[in-house]
Design a binder for this molecule. Structure first.
Ligand SMILES: NC(=O)c1ccc[n+]([C@@H]2O[C@H](COP(=O)([O-])OP(=O)(O)OC[C@H]3O[C@@H](n4cnc5c(N)ncnc54)[C@H](O)[C@@H]3O)[C@@H](O)[C@H]2O)c1
Length: 252
């Protein structure tokens, strides 16, 4: 059974490690895809997809994305947001500049809001649909040394719940995936970590999870697939942890 057969999905952050895994999985599951990223070169090749290069911090870009998607495919069934930034210069509260705080909240929270706001009328026209946002394990727990990022992801979770609460009667669902640190660090972190630091990061993340391994982009993509598909038809406003149980148990 193709879980997204007959559905058109807008996938933002399609060039991220999660986005690339999601694009391949959603295509395999029958979706017509609109692949969006600020950096077109990172978007995976797909002859059937509509590819859009856009900086989603601009409301106009989000509106154009939805209009172009409807013009190409007629209707939209889902939005999956998978972009984000994690600048390593922003750390604990005292070490976070105002500029970094504003930039992280702008991209990780306001742009997600703008994408959701732009797509809601289209989902209404369709008679319903699903939104999936990527928050983080750090939306459920504090992330030491990552103040602005943690705040942005807690905001994404609350934004998702607000949408779920306001639009449930329109058959529009909104849910979050909350991953732990991925085996592929964010582009921002990958740029500064050397091999030894990456190995230590991996070992630390393994130790935190009762399942004893690190989260993969495919793990996150599969959770997004579930939340976009009709399999999760009675689930809305949820924060689905994809973290090997790391937020469920204290590890000593
Ligand atoms: N990597 C991790 O360890 C981790 C852990 C938990 C949650 N997450 C979250 O998962 C999602 C994907 O993370 P990742 O590590 O795969 O991402 P990544 O760092 O690999 O890629 C980020 C992508 O976002 C795009 N982007 C950035 N700003 C944009 C903008 N303004 N408009 C449009 N596109 C923009 C970039 O071009 C890039 O393709 C993000 O929301 C991230 O916060 C990541």
């Amino acid at each position: 059974m193709a879980l997204l057969g007959g559905k058109t999905i807008i996938l933002t952050g399609a060039g991220s490690s999660v986005g690339r895994a999601a694009a391949a999985l959603f295509r395999d599951q029958g979706a017509a895809l609109v692949l969006v990223d600020r950096d077109r070169a990172r978007i995976p090749g797909d002859d059937d997809a509509l590819v859009i290069e856009a900086d989603l911090t601009a409301a106009g870009a989000c509106a154009r994305m939805v209009a172009d998607a409807e013009a190409r495919f007629g209707a939209i069934d889902g939005l999956a947001n998978s972009f984000g930034i994690d600048p390593p210069t922003a750390r604990g509260t005292l070490e976070t500049s105002e500029e970094d705080f504003d930039r992280i909240l702008l991209v990780n929270l306001k742009a997600v809001f703008l994408c959701c706001r732009a797509v809601l009328p289209a989902l209404r026209r369709r008679g319903g649909g699903a939104i999936v946002n990527i928050a983080s394990q750090g939306a459920l727990l504090a992330l030491p040394g990552m103040t602005a990022y943690g705040v942005s992801k807690a905001g994404v979770l609350q934004l998702t719940r607000q949408i779920a609460a306001d639009h449930g009667r329109e058959n529009i669902r909104a849910n979050c995936v909350c991953p732990s640190g991925l085996e592929s660090p964010s582009l921002d972190r990958a740029a500064i970590l050397d091999a030894a630091q990456l190995a230590r990061r991996t070992e630390a993340m393994k130790a935190m999870a009762p399942l004893g391994r690190v989260c993969t982009p495919a793990d996150v993509a599969r959770a997004m697939l579930f939340l976009l598909s009709d399999l999760s038809g009675f689930t809305t406003g949820a924060a689905l942890p994809v973290e090997g149980g790391g937020t469920m148990a204290l590890r000593f």
